[in-house]
Design a protein around this ligand. Structure first.
Ligand SMILES: Cc1cc2nc3c(=O)[nH]c(=O)nc-3n(C[C@H](O)[C@H](O)[C@H](O)COP(=O)(O)OP(=O)(O)OC[C@H]3O[C@@H](n4cnc5c(N)ncnc54)[C@H](O)[C@@H]3O)c2cc1C
Length: 383
């Protein structure tokens, strides 16, 4: 059953990753989101039109109702074919499932089709200067005025806000409220005078996340998911979708990066160093362990019981990937310390080293994952 499905995806990708899309292979992804946005958007629309987005969504919303196993197969084949990194992943993976679970019928009709067809892109407006790990400290305010929400405040680290059409944002809608209470989950159009997006330049020299300033930004009163004041519950549900089937596809990309590090270590002679060889072997073994862990996570997700596995998986892959970045630098030797050309041209391994520093921060930092494992799994006292 999944073998036929695998074959169908494989031959579709082979056939369509040609012509204008042949050059899109390998473009984009974490740390490389600046690459080929336009061609990747066209690719997203092609995927959508052919029914290869939102595979797990219910049929009534245009999904294929694909099983978890089928979704894993899709992500594996997608990574194997080096298809371009998706530009619609925040819509498909985060806000789409939240609208399915918490949206009204009208919201489902309005927001789901453009996500599925790659016609509207989304960004996630949670973090603020004083609300990151401590998300309940959100200060962005919104009040109802003349049938619209009027929003004022600042978000930060907002990935892909510069290309997004919509932002789902956690806002304080009850004046004087604190912590988890009085928050609402608003859907805000980005293209309006009250929204200013300022790119943040990263260590890699490129910008994929931004500061977003709301200064009297407006959205219709109906553009709220869940009830006013119930935003925390909806926001936590969204975070719960930030896991799952793409993990095994991600590991195919990791294997490719690992192979490149080994090739480089051979070429530069760094592989002669027994200490480096030992680190490479360890890294290879840990990648195998990661796969087994991911399969275990899939099993518990399929059983509808996401538990601490999700935090264990995030902690494990992000720490591993950061160490791989360090290995990538060691494999290049001294040449890895110098950029290729002006003003800031990084090779793939240098980019891997610099961007993998972010892996242990986004989607819950390593310290926060350890707190979750300690408190919820090991039953240790609260931090
Ligand atoms: C590449 C990237 C993309 C991102 N994209 C988005 C996005 O699209 N939308 C969005 O809303 N946010 C996004 N973020 C923000 C991300 O969610 C936050 O950076 C993250 O939650 C950490 O918050 P912070 O940066 O405010 O750090 P802080 O919360 O201030 O943490 C600083 C340090 O203190 C540690 N720490 C904090 N609290 C505790 C604790 N209780 N116990 C132990 N240690 C603790 C942290 O682990 C960290 O090391 C992105 C971040 C990155 C790096």
């Amino acid at each position: 059953m999944t073998a036929a499905f695998r074959e169908e995806i494989r031959s579709w990708l082979e056939k369509h990753l040609s012509g204008e899309f042949a050059h899109a292979r390998g473009l984009g992804g974490p740390g490389r989101e600046h690459e080929g946005h336009e061609v990747r958007l066209a690719w997203e629309r092609l995927l959508g039109a052919a029914g290869w987005t939102c595979l797990g969504w219910p049929g009534e919303h245009g999904g294929r109702e694909a099983s978890l196993a089928e979704q894993v197969v899709f992500h594996e084949e997608y990574a194997r074919a080096q298809a371009p990194a998706r530009v619609g992943h925040i819509g498909e993976g985060l806000i789409g499932p939240t609208v399915i679970d918490y949206g009204t019928e009208e919201q489902k009709r309005r927001f789901l089709p453009p996500i599925r067809l790659g016609e509207e892109l989304w960004c996630q407006g949670y973090s603020e200067p004083e609300a990151g790990s401590d998300l309940a400290n959100v200060q962005t305010r919104a009040r109802l005025e003349g049938g619209e929400w009027v929003i004022t405040g600042q978000k930060v680290w907002t990935s892909l806000a510069h290309v997004a059409d919509w932002c789902f944002a956690l806002c304080r809608t009850e004046p004087g409220s604190a912590r988890h209470r009085g928050l609402s989950y608003l859907l805000i159009p980005m293209d309006q005078p009250g929204v200013e997006v300022r790119p943040i330049v990263q260590l890699t020299g490129t910008s994929e996340f931004n500061e977003v300033f709301f200064d009297g930004a407006r959205t219709a009163a109906a553009n709220i998911l869940g009830a006013p004041g119930d935003g925390w519950r909806v926001a936590m549900a969204t975070l719960g979708y930030e896991r799952g089937a793409s993990t095994l596809g991600q590991q195919i990309g990791f294997q490719r990066e690992f192979d490149r590090v080994v090739e480089t270590a051979r070429r530069t002679g760094a592989a002669e160093d027994p200490v480096l060889r030992d680190r490479l072997v360890r890294s290879w073994l840990e990648l195998r362990i990661m796969r087994l862990n991911a399969l275990r996570t899939m099993t518990s997700l399929a059983a509808g019981e996401p538990g601490p596995e999700v935090s264990i998986a995030k902690l494990y892959w992000s720490e591993w990937h950061r160490r791989l970045g360090e290995l990538a630098q060691a494999a290049q030797g001294r040449a890895g310390l110098v950029a290729d050309g002006p003003p800031y041209e990084l090779n793939d391994l240098q980019r891997l080293y610099l961007f993998s520093r972010a892996d242990t921060i986004y989607a819950g930092s390593s310290e926060i994952q350890r707190n979750i494992i300690a408190e919820r799994t090991l039953g240790l006292p609260k931090a």
